[in-house]
Each structure stands twice: as C-alpha cells, then as structure tokens.
Write a new protein. Structure first.
Length: 210
C-alpha cells in the first residue's frame, strides 16, 4: 500500500500494544491467574501465545494441552484483579505525537478488545479521553477481534465505508479483523516483533513524519 494518509477520512486505532504499553500487565495477570488456580507456570512461548489470543479462548487451549482444571471465567476474574491493582497507562510517546498532529485534520476512532471500564480508565490516565470521536470496546460486540464485528461497528458509528478509514494495529489478530471488515490497515511496530505478510509496518516515530 502506498502510504498517503491524506486520502483517509478517519483513522481507527487499536489500544493495547498499539497506543499504550499494556500487554505486559495482561500477560502477567493471566500467568499469575493460571498459576494460582492450577499451579502451572506459563513458558515464555505461551506468554507470547497469549498476546495473540484472549483469556476465554487461550485458557481452554492451555488446559487441554497440560491437563489442567481451569475455568476461563475464574482465570479472567483473577487476571482482572491483578491488572486493576498494578496497571499504569504508558502511552507510546510518538503515538501521541502522531495523534496530535492529525487531530482536527481527520476523525479519530478507537477499537479495543479490552472492556469498557479498562479503556475508559486508560484513556483518562493517558490524557486521551477527548481525542476520539468513536470508541468501541469488547462490551459493544458479541465477538472480539480477529472477528470483524468491532471494525464493522466502528465504521457504522463513523458513518464511513471501509475504504475511507485507515486502521492501526500491532497484532496479527487485529490486522485480520480489520482486513475482514474490508479496511486498509498498517501494523505499528512497538517492539513486539510481530508482522503479517503483505502488510506494511512502521514505528510511531516513522509514522509521525508523514
């Protein structure tokens, strides 16, 4: 894709791992929940697997793999307690520079797999609460990314077609969701080392130059 940002009427951003450095808190919470409930300690590879999944989907996979007795709802409850206790919003500096540059020039929206209360608190703490015309969270949809429902809902709320928006994602699952909704998407390299064949990848520092 030839990167011409001026051709889009709106930018849609993922939150965790894209705008804020939050994945470590979720992964720590999940690992501690699994250990508390089953005694099993996640490997480094399984922590990376968790980044591409959700608690509700990865818990049964992990349980079947190691013969663990794990209730996904209990794991989620334990994880959320840890995240609420320890989470601090760390906004990627160049991400804010990019948003401030384009604010007022194009519409901005957020599409996050996290629940509404977490998104709201992160936006308040990160001083981003007034930046987005549309905010869609896990509470607004029946199926999270990589299902396209969240991006389809974001488009509906924006009143725009898929080709009129550009999506910013850091994970293959998020990219898949955007692509299934028909949206052009680029990956943001925030240090996770992930990529998707055929999808351009930039750091926020690079994007801030456009």
């Amino acid at each position: 894709m030839q990167l011409d940002l001026n051709q889009f009427k709106a930018f849609v951003f993922d939150l965790d791992g894209t705008l804020i450095n939050s994945e470590k808190y979720h992964a720590d919470g999940f690992a501690l929940a699994v250990e508390a409930l089953s005694g099993y300690q996640l490997t480094a590879a399984e922590r990376r697997e968790f980044f591409e999944a959700q608690t509700s989907t990865f818990t049964p996979i992990l349980a079947a793999r190691h013969g663990l007795n794990l209730d996904p709802l209990k794991v989620l409850e334990h994880k959320r307690v840890h995240v609420r206790k320890h989470f601090k919003t760390e906004v990627f500096p160049h991400a804010i520079n990019f948003i401030q540059k384009w604010r007022g020039r194009t519409r901005l929206a957020l599409a996050s797999n996290s629940p509404k209360h977490f998104v709201r608190d992160a936006l308040v703490e990160g001083r981003m609460i007034d930046l987005f015309a549309v905010v869609c969270t896990a509470d607004d949809v029946s199926h999270r990314k990589p299902d396209p429902e969240m991006y389809l809902l974001t488009l509906e709320r924006l009143g725009l077609s898929a080709d009129e928006v550009l999506v910013f994602e850091d994970s293959p699952g998020g990219v898949t969701a955007a692509q299934r909704a028909g949206c052009p998407v680029i990956m943001v390299d925030t240090g996770g080392g992930r990529s998707v064949d055929g999808v351009e990848k930039y750091t926020w520092k690079e994007l801030a130059q456009f």
